[in-house]
Design a protein around this ligand. Sequence first.
Ligand code: UDP
Length: 238
Amino acid sequence: MSELRFQRVLLKLSGEALAGKKNFGIDPETVSAFCREIAEVSRLGVQVALVIGGGNIFRGMAASAKGMDRAQGDYMGMLATVMNALAVQDGLEKEGVQTRVMSAISMQEVSEPYIRRRAIRHLEKGRVVICAAGTGNPYFTTDTAAALRAAELHTQAILKATKVDGVYDKDPMVHEDAQLFPRLSYIEVLNRRLGVMDSTAISLAMDNNLPIVVFNLFETGNIKKVVCGENIGTIVEG
Ligand code: UDP
């Protein structure tokens, strides 16, 4: 296992990624494709914890902008992440990977409660732990949940999968001359308001010395490249 750069990682997948070409919902083919990639690194012996977003189904902030109570909307957003988690569990199990969905909101018919020590035990046994329902608290995001779970599960890095190749000085979808940063410090990300993860998540990663690797999810083989130490995307560290 010496060729691995990371033995235990936290992979953050946004909900939108699961929607595929549609902007809403869950596209089973897209889920299968990601699950193949995740299964591949799990089979290499990497311990993988996943945090899944819910933005493909519901976002509390967007609903509150249209008059819904923010906390109520946020709980709905957290429930959306549980649906995504179950979809990814299905995809991973089809790949022959053992998984556990652990939810921050009790839902014992479909998931285990999130219990840190139990999550670590699952990881040690080679099971992919799918952390659902974010932090379990409104006014947070699944990015913050990713930083929190990474810290408490002692992962060596947060792998933040995105639609583009890494972090740029401006939006690469809009500006052709956008420059990719191979490396950034946490402070630079915060000061320049670069949209890597929200500021609560970045601060938590900074305080706990957790490197964040931002990379393109849509290029086959990228998760494996990151865990094997290939320098792709952007690394955010101290
Ligand atoms: N959410 C929350 N607390 C958390 C995590 C998520 O209230 O700890 C809610 C929030 O409404 C958020 C929604 O769940 O908008 C979906 O999560 P997020 O927007 O982070 O998903 P992503 O953008 O990664 O798909």
